[in-house]
Structures are given as structure tokens and as C-alpha cells.
Design a protein around this ligand. Structure first.
Ligand code: NDP
Length: 246
């Protein structure tokens, strides 16, 4: 039977690359995002195994209905990739409480709410599922001017472990990928106007270059597959060595 996956933020950057790899591996992949045009362009590129679903994950109340709609249409969800995320680069003292909450809502609370609904469906249907969270180098070491983003990604790594110990006995594996500096719109915004930051990012990357979104796609395919059937609770850096760089 064909596997059914959800990739949040699957219309661009890393999420699009994960979706591309899933589709190449015959996984029917539902991509969720707010920008319909972006999602449709992804479908146009990737074909019938890519299914766009417009939704704003910040609208927590809409999430149970969104998941139920997928279950009604496809019967079950086998894989969830919590990839959607936002970043904000600001001096520590300029970050307002509203700024902080906005990042936490998208990067943490929505991830929890969606995972909870998907896990409920997996347990109800007896699905041996896989959930993949996306963290960042911001939780491997300190990066200035990204306080809320760092808090959110550290939370994701903690949640990965807590979910793994609670849900793995029920047959659901939870893992996390910590991408290094990957060439996407998000990293371009953070690095291109800040040559010093870009130099630092590359200087401590032993492999000497930014990663490609497909590098994360390859890792996600592995963690979602039977080849990773005894792997749960790990945070896998896919970073050209950045997290251990000197
Ligand atoms: P992009 O900005 O290209 O992608 C982010 C995606 O998230 C978009 O497709 C966006 O879709 C979606 N999204 C954001 N908010 C919402 C929301 N409220 N509801 C639904 N979808 C939403 O960034 P990247 O591809 O670079 O990042 C993907 C993930 O990888 C993020 O979690 C990021 O933190 C992480 N990461 C990226 C790194 C990098 O170097 N690029 C490094 C480390 C981690 P839409 O606009 O349509 O809503």
C-alpha cells in the first residue's frame, strides 16, 4: 500500500526538497502551507503524488479538522514531517513579547498540535508511523540575534525525545533532523546581508559550503523508511560538520 505523508511547509525550500524525495520514493505527500500559489507550483513540478493543502498552522483550532479531512480522504497518515518554521533576526533587547510568541506559536505550539492529532490517528488505526521534526544549528550552539528561534528549536529537540519515549512503545518513531546552513530563502535572508555571519557559518563548516535542500530530503527519506526502523529519539545533524566545526 502506498504510504501517505504530510510535509508542512512543503511548498518551498527544505520542505519542497523533502517532498520531492518522498514523491520519488512513491510516497503520496500532502504539502501544507498558507500560500496557495507556491503549493500549486510545487504540485505542477512534482506531479500527482504531491497534493497541496492550503492551511495556516497558526490557526490551532483548525488542525483537528485538517487532519480528519486527510484521514477521510486517504484512510491513514504514515509519516509527518514538521518542517514549517519561521525565523526572526533581531537584537535581543528589541524582541517584543509578541515577536517571541509569534515564533513559538508556529515553530513549537503548532508542531505539538499537529503531531498530537496525527498521533491520535496513527494510534487509532494501528499505524507504525514516523514523525520527523526539524531543528537547527541554533540549538547546537549559541547564535546571536535569534533568541526566539533558538528557544523554539531547543524545544523541538526536547519534544523529540519526550515524544520518542512515550510513543515508540506504540510503534511510532520520532526523530529530528538538525540542518546546518542550507541554501534556501530563509538562510539567504539571514546571511546575504550579513557577510560576517556568512563567513562564520562557512568557516566552521568542515565541508566548506552551504548544504542543498536535497541533503535534508535524503535524510528525511531514510528516517521515514524501514531502513530506520530501529531508530527513534535521535537528533541527526545534516550540516557538513558545522555542529562539530572548530
Ligand atoms: P522557507 O521559508 O523556505 O520555508 C518555510 C515554510 O514554512 C514555507 O513553505 C511556509 O509556507 C511554511 N510556513 C511558515 N509558517 C506557516 C504557517 N503558519 N502555516 C503553514 N505553513 C507555514 O524556509 P526553509 O525551507 O529554509 O526552512 C524549513 C525548515 O528548516 C524550518 O523549520 C527552518 O527553521 C529549518 N531550518 C532551515 C535552515 C536553513 O539553513 N535554511 C537551517 C536550519 C533549520 P507558506 O509561506 O506558504 O505558509
Amino acid at each position: 500500500m502506498k504510504k501517505i505523508a504530510i510535509v508542512t511547509g512543503g511548498g518551498s525550500g527544505i520542505g519542497l526538497a523533502i517532498t520531492e524525495r518522498f514523491v520519488q520514493n512513491n510516497i503520496h505527500t500532502i504539502i501544507i502551507g498558507r500560500d496557495e500559489q507556491k503549493l500549486c507550483a510545487a504540485k505542477e513540478k512534482l506531479g500527482p503524488l504531491c497534493e497541496p493543502l492550503v492551511g495556516d498552522l497558526n490557526d490551532l483550532a483548525s488542525i483537528p479538522k485538517l487532519v480528519n479531512g486527510i484521514i477521510e480522504k486517504h484512510g491513514q497518515i504514515d509519516v509527518l514531517v514538521n518542517n514549517a518554521g519561521i525565523n526572526m533576526k533581531k537584537e535581543f533587547t528589541d524582541v517584543t513579547d509578541e515577536d517571541f510568541q509569534r515564533i513559538i506559536l508556529t515553530n513549537v505550539t503548532a508542531v505539538f498540535a499537529l503531531s498530537r492529532e496525527v498521533v491520535k490517528s496513527m494510534m487509532k488505526k494501528g499505524v507504525k508511523g514516523a514523525i520527523i521534526n526539524i531543528s537547527s544549528m541554533a540549538s547546537q550552539y549559541g547564535i546571536p540575534k535569534v533568541i526566539a528561534y533558538t528557544a523554539s528549536k531547543s524545544a523541538i529537540e526536547g519534544m523529540t525525545k519526550a515524544m520518542a519515549v512515550e510513543l515508540s512503545p506504540k510503534g511510532i518513531r520520532i526523530n529530528c533532523i538538525a540542518p546546518g546552513f542550507i541554501a534556501t530563502d530563509m538562510s539567504a535572508k539571514a546571511l546575504n546581508n550579513d557577510p560576517e555571519r556568512k563567513f562564520k557559518a562557512l568557516d566552521r563548516t568542515p565541508m566548506g559550503e552551504l548544504g542543498k535542500p536535497s541533503d535534508i530530503g535524503d535524510a528525511a527519506v531514510f528516517l521515514a523508511s524501514e531502513a530506520a526502523s530501529y531508530i527513534t529519539g535521535v537528533v541527526l545533524p545534516v550540516d557538513g560538520g558545522n555542529s562539530v566545526g572548530f
